[in-house]
Write a protein of this length. Structure first.
Length: 347
């Protein structure tokens, strides 16, 4: 089978490797689509994602969809469309017994945080534990289902914020995670969703996806004390300070965008004087199941996918994914696209 390997900074190769056998308790998936995430971009362009450096060839990818190829248990027939929960949880600790995504000792597909690295999904076939598999409803294409993992990230951020019914929400950053967090906020009952970004193109995508208003940072004024909840999805230091200004008194800021593990200057004064709740959010717990339902009910969310390139153009796919002025979610196709997977004009 073919697999894409990040060998080091800006070193990416497709190689033939042996197709894995399927041990008990696992299934083999024939991969159809793999989304390129921010962490994948860091591994390729910088050779590391934060403190986790690529120390051996790494197959990237944790946003995936495909079909069952082999299931020794007989739970799923060959050809069943699926996506996955890409985490293998570690061991529980006191105080977080019900939060397995925070347990230490776990792993995540396509991650250099473990040794050996946890290989990802950008290959023709993928072995996963049976409990990681999520079958798709018949009305949800595998193309759209590749968004289940990043949408689950947005839904978990919404979980952290609490009840959003009737809330006025600001999403800071209109990249793929920001757009999907806006979708999540709406799905959870937000009455108004405003999206901000420094670039016009991502804001146009937010408008097309149903944002009530957009704010171009540096051009439009960001209203102060106006939002019940701010989802900060850019990870940019000035945006975190701006979130503190934009949120109302006793409001909530959820930091969704990842930031480097180093000191950064942030203005905390508004957080203190307004008694703002500043919350972290990390991956997700079980929201991938809700993400599948939301994607099934809202085909328009597929517009977050702007580029689908074949595996033999994977380097170009990474380049496109890096440039938010031209792309939102870039996806690598491992198999030829089926007519049923391509979005129709009616959606």
């Amino acid at each position: 089978m073919r697999a894409a390997f990040i060998d080091a900074k800006q070193e990416l190769a497709i190689r033939e490797v042996e197709t894995p056998e399927t041990p008990d308790g696992h299934v083999r998936i024939r991969v159809e689509y793999v989304g390129i995430c921010g962490s994948d971009l860091h591994y390729y362009f910088e050779g590391a994602n934060g403190e986790y450096a690529v120390r051996e060839p790494l197959i990237p990818g944790h946003e995936m969809s495909g079909v069952i190829d082999d299931d020794p248990s007989g739970t799923w027939a060959a050809g069943t469309p699926v996506t996955i929960h890409p985490a293998r949880f570690g061991h529980a600790e006191p105080g977080i017994e019900d939060e397995p995504h925070l347990w230490p000792g776990g792993s995540y597909l396509g991650s250099a945080s473990t040794w050996p690295h946890t290989q990802g999904a950008m290959s023709d076939y993928l072995l996963v534990r049976t409990d990681m598999v999520r079958p798709l409803p018949p009305t949800l294409s595998t193309r759209r289902a590749v968004l289940a993992e990043p949408l689950a990230v947005g839904l978990h951020a919404a979980t952290r914020a609490g009840d959003l019914t009737g809330a006025r929400v600001l999403v800071s950053g209109a990249g793929p995670i920001g757009l999907l967090t806006a979708v999540a906020a709406r799905a959870r009952g937000a009455a108004e969703v405003v999206v901000s970004d420094v670039l016009e193109a991502p804001l146009a995508r937010a408008t097309a996806l149903g944002a009530d208003a957009v704010i171009r940072v540096g051009v439009d004024e960001l209203p102060a004390n106006s939002f019940d909840v701010v989802f900060e999805c850019s990870g940019a230091t000035p945006a975190i300070s701006a979130a503190g200004s934009a949120v109302r008194r006793r409001g909530t800021v959820v930091q969704v965008g990842m930031v480097p593990n180093e000191p950064r200057p942030i203005n905390l004064a508004p957080f203190i004087s307004k008694e703002v709740a500043l919350l972290g959010t990390f991956r997700f717990k079980d929201e991938v199941d809700e993400a599948i339902r939301v994607l099934d009910a809202h085909p328009e969310v597929e517009t977050v996918i702007t580029h689908v390139l074949p595996l033999d153009e994977v380097e170009a796919a990474f380049g496109v994914a890096r440039d938010s002025s031209v792309s939102s979610k870039a996806v690598v196709a491992l198999a030829a696209e089926k007519p049923s997977d391509k979005p129709s004009d009616k959606e």
